[in-house]
Design a protein around this ligand. Structure first.
Ligand code: ISE
Length: 334
C-alpha cells in the first residue's frame, strides 16, 4: 500500500520532507498540498504531479488523502490537527504541536473523544542515532543515576521575524522534548540566565541565554541557546551520571589533514545535522500509518513540551524559578 499524503504548508521544512518521501523513504507519496500562499501550493503541486487544494480543510477531507503532514506556522496547527481528528485521519504535525499548552489540551480532548491515537508530533531528535545511543546507555543503568545534563543549541543565525520568546518555544523546545524522552520524566521548574548579549544580531533578542530545568527526581538540565553564533549549526549534549558521562558525537562526516592542520565541517542547519533522524522519523510514521498503528511522539508530548516552554517563557521575563503547570497524564497516553 502507498500512503497518500496531503501536506499543509510546504515551505522549507515541508519541501525537505517531500524530497525525502519521494527519494529515500518507502511506502508514501505526497499527492496533495495546500498553503496560505496559493501560488506556492500550485508550484509545489505541479512539481510533484499532485493536486493543490484551496484550503487545508478541503485537503484534509479529500477522499484521495489517507494521512496529513502539517508543516505550517505553529499558530496555524491547532485548527488543522482538530480537522484531521474529526476526519479520523492520522496526522504528523511538525513541532510545536501548538504554541500554547491550552491549545494542546483541546487537541488531547478531541483525540481522546475520537478513541484512538492519530496525532504524531515531529520531535526528530528521538530518531537521531547519537541520541538513541545515549539513551540506551543511560537506560541500561551501567553509569548509575543521571544527575545533570549540559546541552547547547546553536544556530548560525535567525531571521528578523524570530521573536524574543522563540528562543524557548521554537528552539529550546527540541531539548525540552529530547530531555523528557532521555530522562523518562517530567520537568517541574524552569529558570533562565541571561548572559552578555551578542552585538552581531537583533537587539530585541536575549541571545545567548541559558534555560535551566529541574526534573521531578532532581536532575538539572542546562541548555545554552545561542541562535546567532555565526559559525554553524551546533548541537551538544553531555549527560553526567554517577559512574561516567555520555555525550553526543560531533556529526562531521570527514576530516581533512592539510598544511599541518586538521579541519572538520560544522553542520549548516537542522536538515544537515538531523537529515538521518528526519528520514527515520518519517519512515517510521509512514510504515505505522500503513499498518494502521501510531508511532512517535504523542499529543501528550506536544502538550508537556508546551507546558515547560510556557514556564520557560515566563522565566525570561520574571526573576527566579517558575513552576511548570501540567495536568496528570491521561491513561490514554500511558
Ligand atoms: C527551527 O524552527 C528548528 O526547529 C531548528 O531545529 C532550530 O534549531 C531552530 O532554532 C528553530 O528556529
Amino acid at each position: 500500500m502507498t500512503v497518500r499524503i496531503g501536506m499543509i504548508g510546504p515551505g522549507g521544512m515541508g519541501q525537505a520532507h517531500i524530497e525525502r518521501i519521494h527519494t529515500v523513504i518507502a511506502g508514501g507519496r505526497v499527492v496533495a498540498v495546500s498553503d496560505i500562499d496559493p501560488g506556492r501550493a500550485q508550484g509545489v503541486a505541479a512539481r510533484i504531479g499532485g493536486t493543490a487544494y484551496a484550503t487545508s480543510q478541503e485537503l484534509i477531507e479529500s477522499p484521495d488523502v489517507d494521512a496529513v503532514m502539517i508543516c505550517s506556522f505553529g499558530p496555524a496547527h491547532e485548527v488543522d490537527v482538530l480537522a484531521c481528528i474529526a476526519a479520523g485521519k492520522p496526522v504528523f504535525c511538525e513541532k510545536p504541536l501548538t504554541p500554547t499548552a491550552a491549545a494542546a489540551l483541546r487537541i488531547m480532548d478531541a483525540e481522546q473523544a475520537h478513541g484512538t491515537r492519530l496525532v504524531t508530533v515531529g520531535f526528530m531528535r528521538r530518531f537521531d542515532a547519537s541520541y538513541r545511543e545515549m539513551k540506551a546507555l543511560l537506560d541500561s543503568g551501567e553509569l548509575g543515576e543521571t544527575l545533570m545534563v549540559h546541552c547547547a543549541h546553536r544556530n548560525p543565525t535567525v531571521p528578523q521575524g524570530y521573536t524574543w520568546d522563540m528562543a524557548i518555544n521554537d528552539t529550546a523546545i527540541h531539548e525540552v522534548d529530547a530531555m523528557r524522552w532521555l530522562l523518562g520524566e517530567e520537568f517541574i521548574s524552569a529558570r533562565v540566565d541571561t548572559p552578555k548579549k551578542t552585538t552581531l544580531r537583533f537587539p530585541h533578542l536575549q541571545d545567548p541565554l541559558v534555560l535551566i530545568l529541574t526534573s521531578a527526581s532532581g536532575v538539572r538540565v542546562d541548555d545554552e541557546i545561542f541562535v546567532n553564533c555565526q559559525y554553524g549549526y551546533d548541537i551538544r549534549c553531555e549527560a553526567v551520571a554517577e559512574r561516567g558521562t555520555v555525550s553526543l558525537s560531533d556529526h562531521e562526516v570527514t576530516s581533512v589533514r592539510r598544511a599541518w592542520a586538521v579541519t572538520k565541517k560544522v553542520a549548516r542547519d537542522h536538515n544537515d545535522r538531523f537529515g538521518g533522524a528526519f528520514v527515520t522519523e518519517v519512515q517510521e510514521w509512514i510504515s505505522a500509518v500503513a499498518r494502521g498503528e501510531h508511532t512517535g511522539s504523542t499529543a501528550w508530548d506536544g502538550y508537556a513540551a508546551a507546558c515547560v516552554c510556557d514556564a520557560g517563557v515566563r522565566a525570561l521575563t520574571e526573576d527566579g524559578e517558575v513552576a511548570v503547570k501540567m495536568i496528570e497524564r491521561p491513561a490514554f497516553y500511558a
